[in-house]
Design a protein around this ligand. Structure first.
Ligand code: MRU
Length: 355
């Protein structure tokens, strides 16, 4: 059984601290929005769908503590709480999508007692977590139809159960293929600098008994050139309306390599990852993280003091390099001009939940 990294129990959220894996499995409890904002910012919880779900719980816990004379005051305070949660990480749209959904729920139910809105927001967060796992299982079933019997699949970062409320997106497809009896194997990119691949993907897949080989990021081209990779599947943090996709730094490099080696490059993501407001990937905000992650690891200096460092956490893969986007609504392929503008349009309504 794949792990669920965020659980709701007795009015609190429990999250496995992903900064400590695989060395230590420590769970932390949260029952206020500031704590959850900090958990997202410091990457106790990470991965686009997972931070969306965590933010929904944060907003619900915040709403639980709001003192207000009427709806207008309640809503102003809720908006302020959502702004704190939204300021934690900039790239994954699921965070903003989830907070919009929370605010829309409150507005739609403005006529009911505040106590019922508060309860409803907690129920909504629980529903979003359940929905996320169901969505992943649905997209995984679709994705499995693309996977051959003995596929050697390369993945980057961690788009697994740990990055979602359960089962995973890219790793969901891999799980579905494995569970359906296919003799697949996985290459997990280590994913410098935060090592989501080495620490989290390798841990998750090994735990499920899925044959996995860890490689450094710079080894993918060599393996492809030798015919040892059949396809690449990654997750997504934000997909623009034309299909350009932001995902963990290094994803773009893999897509270019796939083109050179005529290998399919798949993006697996829920429809909530599509940002229809952004025409193309150049508009996606890219998080730049601190220098420490690049120059130091586990307390060991990896570079000379004072060296200039860049640390963009995500890159954008142009739609023309993406073979297909795997969603819960099915597999979406680009059009002849290499973008996904028309193919993605029919799903725009489904991207907005009506609670
Ligand atoms: O910085 P992270 O670890 O939050 O980045 C995560 C990724 O880039 C994942 O690939 C993406 O969120 C998809 S998760 C299903």
């Amino acid at each position: 059984m794949s792990i669920k990294p965020i659980l709701y129990q007795n009015g609190k959220c429990r999250m496995i601290d992903q900064r400590l894996l695989p060395a230590r499995e420590e769970w932390r409890n949260y029952d206020d929005y500031r704590g959850i904002a900090e958990a997202i910012r410091t990457m106790v919880i990470r991965g686009a769908p997972a931070i969306g779900v965590a933010a929904a719980f944060g907003a619900a816990f915040g709403a639980r503590d709001i003192e207000a004379a009427g709806f207008e005051e309640f809503y102003r305070k809720l908006e302020a709480i959502c702004s704190v949660l939204a300021a934690t990480r900039p790239t994954a749209v699921n965070l903003f999508w989830a907070l919009e959904r929370v605010k829309r729920f409150a507005r739609h139910h403005r006529e009911i007692p505040l106590s019922s809105i508060r309860e409803g927001l907690l129920e909504l967060a629980v529903k979003m977590a359940d929905e996320d796992e169901r969505t992943n299982r649905a997209l995984a079933r679709h994705g499995n139809t693309l996977i051959s019997r003995r596929a050697r699949i390369l993945t980057h970062c961690n788009a697994g159960a740990l990055a979602t409320a359960g089962y995973g997106t890219a790793l969901g497809v891999i799980r579905a293929a494995f569970e359906s009896g296919k003799e697949i194997s996985v290459y997990a990119d280590e994913t410098r600098p935060w090592l989501q691949g080495a620490r989290l993907t390798a841990w998750e897949l090994q735990r499920d008994g899925i044959p996995t080989t860890l490689i450094c990021d710079n080894m993918a081209g060599h393996l492809m050139a030798r015919g040892e990779v059949d396809c690449v599947i990654v997750g997504a943090d934000r997909i623009a309306a034309n299909g350009d996709t932001a995902n963990k730094i290094g994803t773009y490099t893999l897509a270019v390599l796939c083109k050179e080696h005529h290998l399919p490059f798949y993006v697996a993501a829920p429809l909530s990852t599509i940002d229809y407001d952004l025409a193309d990937g150049s508009l996606i905000p890219i998080e730049e993280r601190g220098r420490e992650e690049v120059i130091r690891h586990g307390g060991v200096e990896l570079a000379p003091a004072g060296i200039a460092v860049r640390n963009p956490a995500f890159d954008v893969t142009p739609a023309r390099l993406i073979t297909a986007i795997i969603t819960e609504a099915g597999i979406i392929r680009g059009n002849r001009s290499g973008d996904f503008l028309d193919p993605l349009k029919p799903f725009q309504k489904k991207n907005v939940a009506d609670d």
